[in-house]
Ligand binder design. Sequence first.
Ligand SMILES: [Mg+2]
Length: 237
Amino acid sequence: MKPEFIYFDLDNTLIDHTDAEAEAHQIIHSQFPELREVPVEDWLNTYKTINHALWLSYQKGAVDRYELQRTRFKASMDQLGIPSERSEEIGSEYMQAYRTCWKWIDGAEEALSNVAESYPVGFITNGFSETQQKKFEFLNLDRFSNLFIISEDVGVMKPHPKVFDVATDRSAVARDRIVYVGDSYSSDIIGGRNAGWKTAWYTAFVDQVESDQIADFHFDQFPELVRYLNGSGMDEK
Ligand SMILES: [Mg+2]
């Protein structure tokens, strides 16, 4: 069945969040002597573990975004036994640095341009409205579409069905004609599948995909996605 609308995830699908996060931590680690009390790898690992746990609490509604942003630095510093008086300043310096480290995922811009010539496209992302909006601007995504759906605006995060219902309505096509391209199995592929969409999973671990991890298509290089969407792959499904 031919798709009629393609949605893309943002972080780690179009924009390299993981690298930007690591580079921004390198920057603050070199700026603040208290952080240099531990090696940068230890700092980053501790932060990522705590940040991930806080995001899960945020997803459940147990903490709000302000608490998340405030707590993730202080809790990481406390856990490492580093003086945390400047945790708020460090947190805001981090956000500044993070925004200077953004770049496209390899091949994603070319693929998106190509796909957008054949299909209407849109973007769905989990995250904070202000930051995600800035990413849209940085990537100049309005060249391709003005359909941006941000979880903070919807009030729930992917894979919550409401996000996909809002996106389905705004695409104005039938559910089974929508393809979602994303990197997160739990948020994008499960969420898209449960919504009755087709899914294209961008994963670096194509060879290790488990048999119960079912996406309609998976790929690790963007030209493969373009061939799939513009070729006959879809007709065979
Ligand atoms: Mg993602």
